[in-house]
Design a protein around this ligand. Structure first.
Ligand SMILES: NC(=O)c1ccc[n+]([C@@H]2O[C@H](COP(=O)([O-])OP(=O)(O)OC[C@H]3O[C@@H](n4cnc5c(N)ncnc54)[C@H](OP(=O)(O)O)[C@@H]3O)[C@@H](O)[C@H]2O)c1
Length: 263
């Protein structure tokens, strides 16, 4: 992935956790003048912090922040953000979207207990519908230039995990959307990666450890945190960059942190 080219980079959930680290690390590597970085999340102050760090590392970049709740966001919101964030620049040679924002849902409930359709609607809107809507606007806006589409996936998208009926189902649906996209849109014009980052020390894993109904799941998270085998956001971002540099994956593949980068 050539970040020497004039790049448009959009990261959702850039206010903290993995999204913040991805945004910072990728921005650091963007070299071309006129490149634009767009950071989405709900917390404007935290987005501004991410922006400040990026500009300290790379003052030439144009960095835009937009506070937006993905639980209610609509296609028009994404269309507006994509339009306004390009006002200061045009003629990008590459566009990258990192669909990172996500929530773990209610892990205190068993699969047989999650039938509240109001909750499900909001949860699916946040984690699936908004990602699809943003992606459609992104594909439309950047038709004709090379695009990298990254979905933050997880082992839970491909394996059932007790306490995680909400999370497993949205992650499976979201990953399948991006796999279908990859079958329809030819690489290298559109390159799709479902990246599973491993188990990372963020607010999300703290929440699971606090709330999961299954004691075995709580114990597993606690053990990994206490033994410091849980990864840092920096470690998984480093691996993600290696995966991109090696480019051994086929468009649409699910690549896990633990997979060997080289065959
Ligand atoms: N941590 C792990 O071990 C792990 C493992 C596998 C996959 N993942 C995936 O990696 C991604 C990031 O996870 P993380 O651990 O970094 O989580 P995190 O620390 O909880 O951060 C989640 C990010 O998503 C944003 N977000 C949450 N709800 C939102 C909403 N309604 N509207 C807009 N933005 C929202 C948050 O920003 P605001 O609060 O500012 O809105 C925040 O920036 C997720 O997709 C997750 O499923 C994580």
């Amino acid at each position: 992935m050539d970040l020497k080219q004039k790049t448009y980079l959009l990261v959702t959930g850039a206010s903290r956790g993995i999204g913040r680290e991805f945004a910072q690390q990728l921005s650091q590597r963007i070299e071309a003048l006129g490149s634009v970085v767009v950071l989405l999340g709900r917390s404007q102050p935290l987005l501004e912090e991410t922006k400040g760090t990026i500009l300290k590392q790379n003052p030439e970049l144009s960095v835009h922040t937009y506070a937006l709740d993905l639980a209610t966001a609509r296609s028009e919101d994404f269309a507006r953000i994509l339009k306004y964030s390009q006002v200061s620049s045009a003629d990008f040679q590459r566009a990258i979207v990192i669909h990172n924002a996500g929530t773990v849902g209610d892990t205190s409930k068993r699969a047989r207990e999650i039938g509240d359709t109001e909750y499900l609607q909001e949860y699916y809107h946040t984690n699936v519908f908004s990602a699809i809507a943003l992606n459609c606007e992104f594909m439309r806006t950047f038709a004709g230039i090379p695009k990298l589409v990254v979905n933050l996936s997880t082992l839970a998208a491909i394996a059932p995990i007790s306490s995680m009926a909400h999370y497993c189902t949205v992650k499976a649906a979201r990953e399948m959307y991006f796999r279908v996209l990859a079958t329809e849109e030819p690489a290298p014009d559109t390159l799709v990666l479902n990246y599973a980052p491993g188990m990372i020390d963020t607010q999300m894993t703290e929440q699971v450890q606090r709330e999961a109904h299954d004691p075995a799941v709580v114990a597993m998270f606690r053990e990994q945190r206490e033994s410091k085998t849980m990864l840092t956001t920096a470690q998984t971002t480093q691996r993600f960059l290696q995966v991109l540099a090696a480019q051994r994956f086929q468009s649409g593949d699910h690549v896990d942190y633990r997979d060997p980068v080289e065959p």
